[in-house]
Ligand binder design. Sequence first.
Ligand code: FAD
Length: 522
Amino acid sequence: CLATCLMATSFLSTINHFHMAATVALPGDDVFTLDIVSKIHTDHGSTAKASSDFGHIVEAIPNGVFHPTSPADITALIRLSISQSKPFTVAPRGQGHSARGQALAPGGIVIDMRSMGHGDYGNHVSMSPNELWVDVGGEQLWIDVLHATLKHGLAPRIWTDYLRITVGGTLSNAGIGGQAFRHGPQISNVHELDVVTGMGEMVTCSPDKNQDLFFAALGGLGQFGVITRARIALEPAPKRVLWVRIAYSDVELFTSDQELLISKRSSGSGFDYIEGQVQMNRTLTEGRRSSSFFSASELDQIAELALQTGSSAIYYIEGAMYYNDDTATFSVNQKLERLLEELSFAPGLAFVRDVSYVDFLDRVGREEQKLRSAGVWDVPHPWLNLFVPRSRILDFDAGVFKGILKDAKPVGLILMYPMNKDRWDDRMTAATPDEDVFYAVGLLRSAVAAGDLERLERENAAVLEFCDREGIGCKQYLPHHASPDGWRRHFAEKWGSVAALKRKYDPRAILSPGQGIFPAAG
Ligand code: FAD
């Protein structure tokens, strides 16, 4: 506490010193005249809220929380930091939905990006005149982007499963979801960014202008600057969706059907969205008796499949087919029927829902409400997300789902779906396996009872150890590495340029220290 208090005192005197200095305008440099000090809150309530995240695994107290109302405020804060002989760290925080402290700033300043939504700087969500793209503030929630663009009959092309997270937060990772096989991740669907760098400079960048910063920031884990605006590609929004789940007991049939489906990316004869899930046996027998998709009797049918086949896991493909209005129902149903005939799921185990586009995209929002009312939303989430090369996905299945996790307690969700690498731009910072097709595997598990967290962490460690030992060639998504060597291996051949771009755009290493990639300033 003494150390923290001393740090806080010296930090506050820094702020007070700056406050006096801030009354003096520097020629040609208006940001220095902004009053940013009153926007830094150091009270316990503010710092406590910014000390943890969705993961509830790590905690770190910042010295203050900054509430900017414009990008210029962020520029001023960063300049304040780097004007010090010992700069303070700065972490933009969107919704704080990271799992391992990535948006925390121990002893530094957390920028509450959502405060920008209350300001009046002008480009929170604004459509292009030709309606091909939308400009959105980095602080915006995807759910708000959806509603704003739908007013024009348009929508972004690729969505994360959950929409109450920010544009800046997902673009700093990749933003993956069931449309990525066709359109790539969200970071492949951005035309331009405004970024406040770690040098305190506001830079507009795109594939044609300041391109090194553009590609660095996309998937850049907050290391090179704060994204304050993104120009996002749009498409005409469908009105309705046939939402489909088909079950398999045989992993080879499951993966070959998934790969067939993602190969139909431009033919228009397949799904518009493809994901998949793994249901371990104990989930089927001991898990929830209904879900936001399945009824209890449908879950019984799926459990019966496991029983009959003796399979320790059941897999299902989740697909979505977009269509526009009731008159198109007949033809979309025919298209679905034709597609299902090509697939090898367990006979009779195809389940179809006809829902609005918004209800489909916001499905996890409904799940959140349920989990909140059951008191199991704000619990530890030791999530592990991996990209697994296609050539090793069956080995991964055998070692992990039929090995390490075979008898695991059912506590959450396991996702598994393939994507096409050619929809990713390798100039971006995001790291992916070196194969044409790779799977996103998400072990999205929650610790709800005593002892769960330790057990889940042990299982995660065993999965990572298995991947290393067997040379599976996994990359972590939403990565967390405890050692510099882990980060070097994560970025592999990109490491040299990641380090050089860090030196160029954040040479004092003040940004997003919670990622733990570079030794933090201070
Ligand atoms: P934060 O946790 O606040 O920040 C994440 C990182 O980005 C931090 O390092 C932070 O400093 C930095 N950062 C934040 N804002 C900015 C900015 N404006 N500029 C630069 N850096 C910034 N991800 C997927 O890809 N697909 C999914 O389907 C998906 N589903 C999810 C479902 C749930 C229920 C949850 C909780 C998460 C899911 N995620 C998914 C993960 C999610 O994309 C990431 O956790 C993302 O970082 C969350 O956004 P956030 O606004 O909470 O970011």
